[in-house]
Ligand binder design. Structure first.
Ligand code: S3P
Length: 439
């Protein structure tokens, strides 16, 4: 099959109910926690994507047995110190920042050096933000250009708890230090700018010695060394970040309605919902419930009559960090000038996404003014295009690909979008669901 997709017509209005795949952040965290638990953990609805399979392959390198079939997965954990460290182990995080960064927190007690590599995109990303705090526990690292992959970790058997101030709003940095804290003698204290809190909630679900104090702009987290983690059974809820593509598709059609079932609406992840509601999109949460600390709901979306521009408050940035590309499409069709700021982190993702967001908008004739951490988008409520658009060389960033598909289906034109296999990293079923919505 060709690795590009051609789209040349807008989607018609639809009324549907869909399921999207399991949450990526939770799938990877479930694997890492279960790998150091005692006994057999089992999950259902695990995301079967390349990022998650890379996590499974990495854990297997340490002698942990993992079986999976469709979305059901079993991990035979051998306890907190059950990893078999051998000479010359290399783990490959492929495209996954979450895997590459979080797993380092678990490996700070290695008895042999371990090499971590990634694909072209991951090898351009910053790992110093992780190795700096993890070095304070007593582990040592060597990194390419002091910052990038490949890196080698030299663990220690004399790890001590640390104090760490996380001020980027990065859940990956915070989570790597929480994992490190599980292995280090004494107390690890973290002051963290707000970001997704799945690691903290999962630690509580497992009854680990974690304390969390929630302040207005940051959280205070304390974690102690643990000796035993119980095996667990967990049903991974659906991913809000994958849902966001369809929420926006409805927002950009005239008269559609969509229900997305059983989605994780953790308050630290729903920045996209808050932003789109402010812009006039009709979104409701039905059948709300709690599941082991996470909040779930069916999301109902209806096409809005009008879309308003937004001056997006920066405090919503961390909770919508994976959704800005798709939010920019809504701004492109809103009345007025939208403004998104303090977004330098967006250029630290699988590709420089602030740059790519602007490129896509300019290709479809939307005026923008940008700096290295902000963008103004001059919306056009009548936006409809009638020309050729080619999207390629985007470092196979899955979210650039999927955003381009939504733009093609919403605004028309003749689109050639390369690297369709990029969806495999986070959302292999994406195009299948699009085909179902088109029926
Ligand atoms: C993630 C955290 C975010 C996000 C990524 C997943 C996680 O990254 O962009 O897709 O699962 O912890 P940062 O922590 O770098 O903001």
């Amino acid at each position: 099959m060709s690795n590009k997709i051609i789209l040349d017509s807008k989607i018609k209005d639809f009324k549907k109910k869909i399921n999207v795949s399991g949450d990526k952040s939770l799938s990877i965290r479930w694997i890492l926690f279960s790998a150091i638990a005692d006994g057999i953990s089992k999950s259902t609805n695990l995301l079967m994507s390349q990022d998650v399979i890379a996590a499974i392959k990495s854990i297997r390198k340490f002698g942990i047995k993992i079986f999976y079939n469709n979305q059901i997965c079993k991990i035979y954990g051998k306890g907190i110190n059950g990893f078999k460290y051998k000479k010359n182990i290399t783990i490959d995080a492929e495209n996954s920042g979450t895997l590459g960064r979080l797993i380092l927190g678990l490996l700070i007690n290695t008895s042999f050096p371990i090499k971590l590599v990634g694909d072209k995109s991951l090898s351009k990303r910053d790992f110093k933000r992780i190795t700096d705090p993890l070095s304070k526990f007593g582990a040592k690292f060597t990194l390419k250009k002091n910052k990038n992959l490949p890196l080698t970790i030299f663990g220690s058997n004399n790890l001590k708890g640390i104090k760490y101030h996380e001020n980027r709003g990065s859940a990956q940095c915070k989570s790597a230090v929480i994992f490190g804290g599980l292995r280090a003698k004494g107390l690890t204290k973290i002051k963290a700018k707000k970001s997704r809190n799945h690691t903290e909630l999962f630690s509580k679900f497992l009854n680990l010695p974690i304390k969390i104090k929630t302040k207005k702009n940051y959280d205070l987290i304390e974690i102690k060394k643990v000796n035993k983690i119980k095996a667990n059974t967990y049903n991974i809820p659906s991913d809000i970040s994958s849902s966001a593509f369809f929420i926006v598709l409805v927002a950009l059609t005239e008269k559609s309605e969509l229900t997305i079932k059983n989605v994780n609406i953790n308050p630290s992840r729903i920045g996209v919902i808050t932003i789109l509601k402010k812009m006039g999109v009709k979104i409701k949460f039905n059948n709300k419930k709690y599941y082991n600390g996470e909040k779930l709901a069916d999301i109902f979306i209806k096409s809005p009559k009008k879309l308003r521009a937004i001056n997006c408050p920066s405090k919503l940035n961390a909770g919508a960090i994976d959704e800005f590309l798709i939010i920019f499409l809504v701004a492109a069709k809103a009345k007025g000038v939208s403004y998104f700021k303090n977004l330098s982190e967006l250029n630290e993702k699988e590709s420089p996404r602030l740059v790519w967001g602007e490129k896509i908008l300019n290709k479809i004739g939307v005026k923008t003014i940008s700096t290295n951490d902000s963008i103004k988008i001059f919306g056009n409520p009548n936006l409809s295009i009638n020309k050729k658009v080619v999207i390629k060389n985007f470092l196979k960033d899955h979210r650039v690909f999927m955003t381009s598909v939504i733009a093609a289906l919403s605004f028309g034109g003749h689109w050639t979008i390369h690297d369709r296999d990029s969806t495999k990293t986070s959302f292999p079923d994406f195009l299948k669901i699009i085909r179902n919505l088109k029926k």
